[in-house]
Design a binder for this molecule. Structure first.
Ligand code: PMP
Length: 417
């Protein structure tokens, strides 16, 4: 009940970064003899001990295949896997457990929708994406449009890195069948107003997929409140393992579209004449899955749920403001992405310096950032730059680390100039 949830919230200790850091063993690592400052959380997040322990425990004591076996370990594994599905359902507030499909990650989830929902797309239909999408939310739609002779439309971006909402509304029409848009831009940090965008898409009868790769680790997600039709995320960006993730889809849509891959587990009955498909969610889960990947996704989300999420989000915002204040003073530095609503991502370009050179010098000083186009080439072309230097923060980062980063950045710039 809501009351029980509120009581649980009140039990949580206020957010403390010192306590959190102890949960992530890799944060004690040194690189080149220097303490690791890990600011590449947009690419992948680090793992808390509970996730690492679950993986170790599974392979050393519990490994078995699931959903088929009558024996003890197979049933234990099945229970743990299905419990993880329930955890994901609760975490994103889906109405039903069977609306959660285990995937390999965001890319896999988007491709599933492009393939299966794609079967309902016909010549002349329109699909809308945005100018700030990750390649994994561009290419599957290009492939689909080519296959179905459908038309791909792109919501333009403003200089700030915000989407041009007026242009979006003008693109929507009765031919629009699907809008697929990122919740948070991985290269700019822009938080898109997806809830309003979804309402507007629904008004013309279009479905909406939210790419949640960068939002599930920063925002509280409620798929029923958003009213999105699909929501895709990767476990590895939310403190779980790589090769795992989930796709949420509304029950009626998942029932209306054909399965993705054929194979074991996704069938009800197979004969050479005809095969009938399994019910949701198994219809979309052919073959032996990444069992511990699914289980550990649940563990990672349980870990997050045990934290003071509001405190954590406020702290991440504080890190962003602190970093931006200090970066401002660096000569020739230009922020790429200055949206009003931003996640803890600092993307920037320094006049006359190639991001790769800066990144390489930062690395030698123990600072892990990402440089390049971040799999969002069109947006780099928009800003007419080869790429950016991106520092993306998680709640286990600190202001002391930001100080180290700024010091190292100043040294790198001096060396290159
Ligand atoms: N969308 C966005 C916004 C992303 O940041 C990423 C990962 N960088 C993806 C999709 C793809 O995620 P994955 O590689 O985990 O499938």
């Amino acid at each position: 009940s809501t009351f029980a949830l509120e009581m649980k919230e009140m039990d949580k200790k206020p957010f403390s970064v010192e306590a959190i850091r102890a949960d992530f063993p890799i944060l004690q690592t040194e690189v080149y003899g220097k303490p690791l400052v890990y600011f590449d959380n947009g690419a992948t997040s680090q793992k808390p001990q509970v996730v690492i322990d679950a993986i170790e425990q599974y392979y050393s004591k519990e490994n078995a295949n699931i959903h088929r076996g009558v024996h003890y370990l197979s049933q234990k594994g099945t229970d743990a896997y299905e419990k993880a599905r329930k955890t994901i359902q609760t975490y994103i507030n889906a109405a039903h457990e069977h609306e959660i499909i285990f995937t390999k990650g965001t890319t896999d989830g988007i491709n599933l929708v492009a393939s299966c929902f794609g079967e309902l797309i016909h010549e002349g239909d329109e699909i809308i994406i945005s100018a700030i999408e990750h390649h994994s939310n561009i290419v599957p739609w290009q492939m689909l449009c080519e296959r179905k002779k459908a038309v791909l439309k792109v919501i333009p971006v403003l200089e700030s890195g915000e989407l041009d909402q007026e242009a979006y509304r003008a693109l929507l029409n009765e031919k629009t069948k699907l809008v697929s848009c990122t919740h948070i831009s991985n290269s700019l940090g822009t938080i898109n107003p997806v809830k309003e965008m979804i309402q507007q898409a629904h008004a013309v009868g279009a479905k909406f997929l939210v790419d949640g790769a960068q939002s599930i680790q920063h925002l509280s997600i409620d798929v029923q409140d958003l009213d999105c039709d699909f929501f895709a995320f990767s476990s590895h960006k939310v403190f779980g393992p790589t090769g795992a993730g989930a796709l949420y889809g509304k029950e009626d849509i998942l029932n209306a579209i054909p399965p993705y891959q054929g194979g074991g587990d996704m069938i009800a009955k197979v004969t050479f004449e005809k095969t009938t498909y399994n019910e949701l969610p198994f219809k979309f889960e052919a073959g032996t899955p990444h069992i511990i990947g699914g289980i550990a996704t649940g563990i990672a989300l349980e870990y997050l749920s045990s934290l003071d999420l509001e405190g954590l989000q406020a702290y991440e915002h504080e890190l962003l403001t602190y970093a931006e204040e200090q970066l401002k003073v660096i000569e020739g530095l230009r922020f790429i992405g200055t949206a009003k609503e931003k996640a803890s991502v600092c993307s920037f370009f320094i006049d006359g310096l190639h991001p790769f050179d800066v990144g390489t010098l930062l690395d030698k000083q123990g600072i892990a950032v990402r440089t390049g186009h971040h799999c969002t080439q069109p947006i780099m072309d928009f800003y007419k730059i080869p790429g950016t230097i991106r520092a993306s923060f998680a709640f286990y980062n600190t202001k002391v680390e930001i100080d180290q980063f700024i010091k190292a950045l100043k040294r790198s710039v001096d060396m290159l100039r």
